[in-house]
Design a protein. Structure first.
Length: 79
């Protein structure tokens, strides 16, 4: 898992009042899939034909805790 990318994606999803976020790009979509497997987010089922897009439908409690933990680490959040 790319922690910096996961942190950025979670931040973008948290900024959306509905907690829903569509990401584009193979790396970002793969990161969303890994985050869903880790229980940080819920992911909309994506078609196997297009692995370069993913949609976060909601951030889980664990996802919010993960984001807050890294946001509070000054050297991590601002790099």
């Amino acid at each position: 898992m790319n922690l910096h990318l996961a942190y950025k994606i979670l931040g973008d999803a948290e900024a959306n009042p509905a907690g829903r976020l569509k990401v584009s790009g193979r790396e970002a979509a793969h990161e969303v899939h890994l985050m869903a497997e880790a229980g940080l987010v819920r992911e909309e089922q994506r078609p196997a034909t297009d692995p370069s897009e993913a949609v976060i439908t909601r951030i889980t409690h664990a996802g919010h805790q993960f984001y807050r933990a890294f946001r509070n680490v000054r050297s991590f959040a601002h790099s």
